[in-house]
Design a protein around this ligand. Structure first.
Ligand SMILES: CC(C)(COP(=O)(O)OP(=O)(O)OC[C@H]1O[C@@H](n2cnc3c(N)ncnc32)[C@H](O)[C@@H]1OP(=O)(O)O)[C@@H](O)C(=O)NCCC(=O)NCCS
Length: 341
């Protein structure tokens, strides 16, 4: 196919942080504009990996200038395409006037990564969530390689400014430890409960669209890795333990539900996880957990709240609509699985 693009695609590990920093600077600005997301934490981590020359991926280079990159992460037999990005010539104009076109650079990078991974005998599964990219933007490339796509929504709602005194102390929430909803009490998140929280995830997501796009939801070890990433690493924002809660059965002490929150920019919180065990659903627990997270984020001065949800997850979408969330952006998750004959 004639593309008119004269690019070289090279191994990402040939490049260090200094060479990628300007591109990541442009990308951070686009994350901020499109998603209200401060990407700098993730960019910093990426730069560290780049300097360690340990990040598999590719860069697109034209006359010595790095126009775009794609990177992957390996997890046993699975690979995750973490991101593909090419800088537009003009920030804010993502569709026109680029030469070579931004979309074409990204397509070539994605093509390269997908071809490498799907031809690696040790890789049985490839996942990606192209959060920054509008749904369908790279759909043709992914479909051509046998990926299944699932649309995901990026939802947002406004929060109310907490009274000045509350935001100064950062803890306006009254003591709710005695309240009981649906037979459960709430208590703040504790790292010590990571194992029980991982068990809850596995119990909450069988035959669920999210466990089809992220296989970490299907096993205890996967769910532990998922939680570990949320709590320790900046990929989903900085974890806010004060706005993360567990719902616990008031009689048995069993973990029935949880909500985890992070901060993705100075005024914006993000729900990184909310789930309720099947036996405790339709008692108002998820709404209660969300209300508590919202109150705690408002007390910390957050003005907006975002989250992602798979478009086919009707139970969750009804909850979010009830709580005033509206769609801001739509993106693709995609999965490829090796068919063994
Ligand atoms: C989505 C999810 C968190 C909802 O949890 P939940 O605790 O059942 O949610 P709620 O009880 O607050 O609301 C669920 C329904 O029960 C109804 N309900 C609430 N209290 C009720 C009560 N006392 N009696 C009867 N119905 C009740 C709500 O009106 C709501 O009805 P709707 O679905 O028709 O709108 C849960 O289904 C889940 O864990 N799913 C799997 C994980 C998941 O998808 N998480 C979201 C990822 S983005």
């Amino acid at each position: 196919m004639a593309t008119g693009v004269t690019l070289e695609i090279r191994d990402l590990r040939l490049y260090g942080a200094a060479e990628l920093r300007p591109l990541l600077g442009v990308e951070s600005e686009i994350w901020r504009r499109r998603l209200d997301w401060e990407y700098k934490g993730s960019a910093r981590l990426l730069l560290e990996y780049l300097d360690a020359r340990s990040l598999p991926g590719f860069v697109a280079v034209e006359q010595g200038e790095i126009l775009g990159y794609v990177f992957c992460v390996y997890e046993a037999h699975k690979a995750v395409i973490g991101n593909v990005f090419a800088a537009p010539r003009v920030i804010g104009d993502w569709s026109t006037a680029d030469s070579p076109p931004r979309h074409e650079v990204e397509r070539l990078l994605l093509e390269q990564a997908v071809t490498l991974l799907t031809h690696s005998p040790g890789v049985d599964r490839v996942e990606t969530q192209l959060l920054l990219h509008p749904a369908g933007e790279h759909g043709a490339t992914l479909a051509a390689h046998g990926f299944q796509r699932a649309e995901r929504l990026y939802l947002e709602r406004m929060l109310q400014r907490a009274p000045a005194q509350a935001s100064q102390t950062g803890s306006a929430a009254p003591d709710r430890s005695q309240a009981i909803v649906g037979g459960c009490r709430l208590r703040p998140w504790r790292d010590a409960e990571m194992q029980a929280a991982a068990q809850l995830i596995v119990a909450a997501y069988p035959d669920h669209p999210d466990s089809r796009i992220n296989d970490q939801y299907r096993s205890l070890s996967g769910a532990q890795r998922f939680l570990h990433n949320i709590v320790r690493f900046p990929g989903c924002g900085s974890f806010v333990p004060e706005a993360s809660f567990l719902a616990v059965d008031a009689l048995s002490g069993a973990l029935a539900g949880m909500v985890l929150s992070s901060q993705i920019s100075s005024g914006c919180g993000h729900i990184t996880q909310i789930c309720v065990a099947p036996g405790y659903r339709r008692r108002g627990l998820a709404e209660w957990l969300l209300d508590e997270a919202i109150a705690a984020l408002e007390a910390r001065g957050m003005e907006r709240l975002t989250l992602t949800v798979t478009a086919s997850n009707g139970d969750a979408i009804r909850l979010y609509q009830r709580k005033g969330f509206a769609e801001r952006h739509r993106f693709d998750a995609a999965v490829w699985e090796r068919v063994r004959l």
